[in-house]
Design a protein around this ligand. Sequence first.
Ligand SMILES: O=c1ccn([C@@H]2O[C@H](COP(=O)(O)O)[C@@H](O)[C@H]2O)c(=O)[nH]1
Length: 473
Amino acid sequence: MESIINELHSIGAIKFGEFVLKSGLVSPIYFDLRGVISYPKLMNQLVEQVWCKKEEAKFDYICGVPYTALPLASVLSVQHNVPMLLKRKEAKDYGTKKMVEGIFQPGNKCLVVEDVITSGNSVLETVKLLRDLGLEVEDVILVLDREQGGIDNLLNHGVRPHVLTSASEVLNVLNKAGKISDDVVRRTLDFLHKNPEPIPPPAVMEHSRRFMPFSKRVNHCVNPVAKKLLEIIEEKKTNLCVSADVTTTKELLELAEKVGPEICVLKTHMDIIKDFSGETACMLVGLAMKHNFLLLEDRKFADIGNTVKMQYTSGKFFISSWADLVTVHTISGPGVLQALKEAAFDANKPRGCVIIGELSSAGNLITADYSSASMVLAAEHFDFVSGFVSQNSLSSRPGLIHFTPGVSLGCNGDNLGQQYSDPDHVVTQRGSDVIIVGRGIIMDANPGEAARKYKEAAWAAYEKRLLAAVPNK
Ligand SMILES: O=c1ccn([C@@H]2O[C@H](COP(=O)(O)O)[C@@H](O)[C@H]2O)c(=O)[nH]1
């Protein structure tokens, strides 16, 4: 990128001085890549860099964020024979009134291209529109990152950014070439890093997961189990998952029978069932069918892909044969998701996984960066990932379900690090879709009745959250 950066500077696409931004702030640097269209050789070099940056992204179409990235997308499309879509900034008020021109099918994958990212809001507007039309958008190529929070914003919306260069790199290159002083570098970086752009405006957030009814989210699911779960939630009007942390088959089946009518998911830890056998699983599947709930084995796979594949499909528990969903840590990388996916494909049954995005226990070692990286993995395996175990809203993708443990109506925690919040708080404030409750229900003298209470509290919180959505959603 070094020669391109120098060239961009010499044609005036990178300027230093005082520039009033949309926000009213005065920026010491301004990037304006619009003029590149008048320099075809430079345009070609830029396009080639963008093409190399696509890495392993898979797409059927390419779409530029209007206006500056439109010529970039057009040249890419023609030179590399990738069909293009054109997003309008405003809908036409005559004819088809379409916002996106081009011929495509829902489910086609589209790569988005943008010149400069500041907050990420313009990119997200384009992403949202394309997704609303049924296109899958997972990857965005950005020529330049101003390092003001835009990348995190994209990650929070399940978009994977591929960045050609950053403000820091530009400053270093120009400084090395003797074009700007150390002082300009310092002042500019200081300004950029101290002035992150605000988070997305309602126009972007209003279509996010939290404010969309479960019934509408069904159409956004790629994973069939996520879709089925949303259908069950809507049909039974319950977003309660009971954690069946009991130790015998008898207790497990009795509990499933009692709480079955109130729940959408029964979560198990089969390795704590002392007398587990194939019959335990068979009977449980029978009860799941009878009461219309899904089974989530909270196995928290965390090994290398090959081992996880065996843990999932073999041994005493033979999890893939009966669990609709399994939990998985992403610590060992994408291979673990690939392994589960392949195994599920071999089993020829609709299966999904729930990524451990966050933990409820005090002092756990999951960081925000780890959670964000897990979201990127989820975006890469959207067909197999049903959602996340989370404590906060990790993604606004309507097709991903957030499951939240650490929920109790009565206490704040246990003496081994578990931390509890009430259903209203986790659903309305932390963005949970499905609450997970263990001891709050199973230790109650009447688990069926306790489950009903939690179910009502969680559903009321979900309805309250919908009411809080912006009116024009
Ligand atoms: O972050 C996490 C992930 C999973 N769990 C599991 O959920 C239940 C919670 O049980 P309670 O009795 O309601 O505390 C349990 O099976 C955990 O293994 C979690 O708590 N936190």
